[in-house]
Structures are given as C-alpha cells and as structure tokens.
Ligand binder design. Structure first.
Ligand SMILES: Cc1cc2nc3c(=O)[nH]c(=O)nc-3n(C[C@H](O)[C@H](O)[C@H](O)COP(=O)(O)OP(=O)(O)OC[C@H]3O[C@@H](n4cnc5c(N)ncnc54)[C@H](O)[C@@H]3O)c2cc1C
Length: 223
C-alpha cells in the first residue's frame, strides 16, 4: 500500500515519485555537495532527467512530453527539494518558463523548442529583474524597438536563475515606453543562446543555492 501525500495525488503519482527518488539516489544525492562546491549543476544531469521523463512531463505527447497532469510537477519539485534547494532551476524550467511557450508560442515555435525542453537539450530561463527593478516590474528599462519585421533589444538583467546555462530566455522588455499604465508597454520576447549581442555577465555569489547559476544577462543591439 503506497502512502498518498496529498489529496490530489494518486497511486500513479506515488509510483512516479518512487522511480524519481531511485533515479535521484543514483544521479543526484551522491554528487550534490560537489555541485555546490563547483557552483554548477552539470548539463548532463539535465539530459539524464530528460531521458527518464522527469522534465516537463505535462507537455503534450506530440512534442515529446507525457501529457500528464500537474500533480507530477508537484512530485518532481518535492523530490528535487529533498536533494537540495539549488535544483530549483529545474522546476523553474518545467513549471514557469516552458509554460510561456506552450501557452503563447506559435505552432512553429512549439515544434522547434518543446521537444528539446523535454530532453534537457534546451535549458530555459525567465529574465524580468533588472539592476534597478525587481518588484516594480512595470519600470523595467530594457527596450525592444520595432525595426521592420524584427525587434532590437537593449538592456541588462540580473538575478536570473539558470542564467549561465540557459539556451532560451523569455525576456521582459518595454515595447512601448510611453504606455499608460506603464505595465501595458511590457512584452515578452524569446532570445536564444548565440544570438549576436546577447552575452552573460557575472555568475552571482549568494549566501546559498551555490550550484544554482544565478547570473546577469546583457543585451546589446540584439536582433
Ligand atoms: C536566488 C534568486 C533567483 C532569482 N531568479 C530570478 C529569475 O529567474 N528571473 C527574474 O526575473 N528574477 C529573479 N530573481 C529576482 C527576484 O524576482 C527579485 O529579487 C524580486 O523581484 C525582488 O526584487 P528586488 O530584489 O529588486 O527587491 P525590491 O523590489 O527592491 O524590494 C526590496 C524590498 O522592498 C519591498 N517592497 C518593494 N516594493 C514595495 C512596495 N511598493 N511596498 C512595500 N514594500 C515593497 C519588497 O517586498 C522587499 O522586501 C531572483 C532572485 C534571487 C534572489
């Protein structure tokens, strides 16, 4: 008889939990202290998670996911947290960033990005916070100016989870600096690793979460 931890979890979730815990006992627990010392979680851990179906399991099967309910995300986050808080970037990828693409992405974008988000070949990040703007998001200074059929992005972000490793960043930008109220002028653009003008700043030292690569991102005339 399997103990059910929450009223919304059923036996399938708990079988999944046992498989994940067994996987983490082999692939994460023995290495976590070393990752904290190295101040980085290896990309190979992400792809191992992906191979076993532990990344974005809610994504539709046609994009490589398992199409399962949100309870599986709860299990993943609980089990990763048991290993150590620095694994928080995986939940951010699964439950915060990738859903922007599944919800708002075009079919072409979904086909291009989602399968690799599931395998761990693409690590994602969300970049909202700036050196002068955290809670007051409507006051971001990063701009995206429309120029023909593309935007040109300039600005700087800080405290970005998965900042160093991310391949795909959902970036909050001002597309209309005159908008009233101010938040109406904010848009989200996706910027890929390797786009000219997109670079990483410092990997920030913190009081904890050492292997979580919280970093600065810089955008200079990024098309
Ligand atoms: C480990 C870590 C990871 C992070 N990852 C990300 C990420 O992936 N992407 C991202 O975009 N950001 C990320 N952040 C940034 C985080 O979202 C910001 O730190 C947060 O939004 C707060 O902004 P701030 O630090 O500028 O604090 P501030 O906005 O300067 O706030 C400082 C204090 O003032 C209070 N305060 C602010 N405004 C008001 C008000 N109007 N009334 C009363 N009190 C107020 C706040 O509650 C807080 O206590 C991360 C931060 C950390 C520490």
């Amino acid at each position: 008889m399997i103990e059910l931890k929450h009223p919304y979890l059923n036996e399938d979730h708990e079988i999944f939990r046992q498989a994940l815990r067994k996987f983490l006992e082999k692939e994460a627990y023995p290495f976590y202290e070393q990752w904290e010392e190295d101040r980085m979680i290896p990309r190979s851990f992400w792809t191992k998670m992906g191979e076993q179906g532990f990344l974005c399991p809610d994504i539709d099967e046609k994009y490589g996911g398992s199409g399962v309910d949100w309870g599986f995300a709860v299990v993943i986050n609980e089990e990763l947290e048991r290993v150590g808080t620095s694994l928080i970037g995986i939940g951010l990828h699964n439950d915060i960033v990738v859903p922007y693409i599944t919800t708002f992405g075009t079919e072409e974008q979904k086909q291009r990005w989602l399968p690799k988000c599931v395998t761990g070949e693409i690590i994602t990040a969300i970049a909202m916070t700036e050196p002068g703007t955290g809670s007051d998001l409507a006051n971001i200074k990063t701009t995206a100016k429309l120029d023909g059929d593309h935007y040109i992005v300039n600005g700087q972000k800080t405290f970005i989870t998965n900042g160093i490793q991310s391949d795909l960043v959902v970036v909050a930008v001002k597309t209309d600096t005159q908008a009233v109220p101010k938040h109406k002028g904010v848009s989200l653009l996706v910027i890929e690793r390797g786009t000219p003008g997109f670079s990483r700043g410092r990997k920030l030292n913190k009081v904890g979460l050492h292997s979580q690569d919280t970093a600065e991102l810089i955008f200079e005339d990024v098309v």
